[in-house]
Design a protein around this ligand. Structure first.
Ligand SMILES: Cc1cc2nc3c(=O)[nH]c(=O)nc-3n(C[C@H](O)[C@H](O)[C@H](O)COP(=O)(O)O)c2cc1C
Length: 210
């Protein structure tokens, strides 16, 4: 059963313009976690983005199989690990992203961590209005989720929870399979692609877990 089915409910909240209005947001507390005080100065979006841009991240392609069986993917640097036991990760997806519904309707998704020579894939999977898998090599992982060859790491997950947070949804997945290899990551910092300094070695091992 997909998470979407599992969360079918009479009461619903739906982000503007989105059609997954059956998703239920389960509030853990009667009070909002971050209640804005009325006298809090408004943070300009550009300033917020600039501040967040000071946080260096890797770059991933989050992938999923659509209801029609075709692969879909999007560039995402919001990837983070969440829990060790059980192993869980998250990504945050903008509500305007067309494949959000595919993530919500599928039992599994995958995270492909890009290596420093895969900047072209990051740009390709962030561009709208084309079939992103047209001409791109991929293979089905253990869960059936699409995986990209040559990545530094891949993580296959079962979607366990989707939480609406502002204009994004946080997708939380339990990790079922993980693999990684030696190499150097693609880095995103200050709104641009970066590489690790040349003298820093990539880790020198590889493994398949799960
Ligand atoms: C380096 C980079 C990181 C990104 N990270 C995210 C992310 O974490 N979440 C997100 O929703 N969009 C992210 N995006 C933007 C999406 O990739 C892009 O908006 C999306 O693929 C557009 O999909 P659409 O054509 O379905 O609207 C990122 C883009 C880039 C270039």
């Amino acid at each position: 059963m997909s998470l979407l089915n599992a969360l079918v409910t009479g009461s619903s909240i739906a982000p503007q313009g989105q059609d997954y209005d059956m998703i239920r947001f389960i509030c853990m507390s009667s009070k909002p976690i971050l209640a804005r005080k009325s006298n809090t100065p408004k943070l300009e979006p550009k300033e917020f983005c600039r501040a967040c841009g000071k946080f260096a991240t890797g770059v991933t392609i989050a992938t999923v199989t659509g209801q029609d069986g075709t692969p879909h993917g999007m560039t995402a640097n919001s990837f983070a690990s969440v829990s060790l036991t059980p192993p869980m990760v998250l990504i945050c997806v903008d509500h305007r992203t067309k494949i959000l519904n595919d993530f919500l309707r599928s039992e599994h998704f995958a995270i492909n961590v890009l290596s420093e020579d895969q900047e072209h894939l990051s740009r390709h999977f962030a561009r709208s209005g084309h079939d992103r898998f047209d001409g791109v090599k991929w293979y089905a992982g253990e869960t059936g989720a699409p995986l990209l060859p040559g990545v530094l790491a891949s993580v296959e997950c079962a979607l366990v929870k989707a939480v609406v947070a502002g204009d994004h949804s946080i997708l939380i997945g339990e990790v079922l399979h993980a693999a990684y290899r030696d190499g150097r990551p693609l880095v995103y910092f200050g709104s641009g692609y970066q590489r690790l300094a040349a003298h820093l070695p990539g880790s020198s091992n590889s493994s398949t877990i799960g």
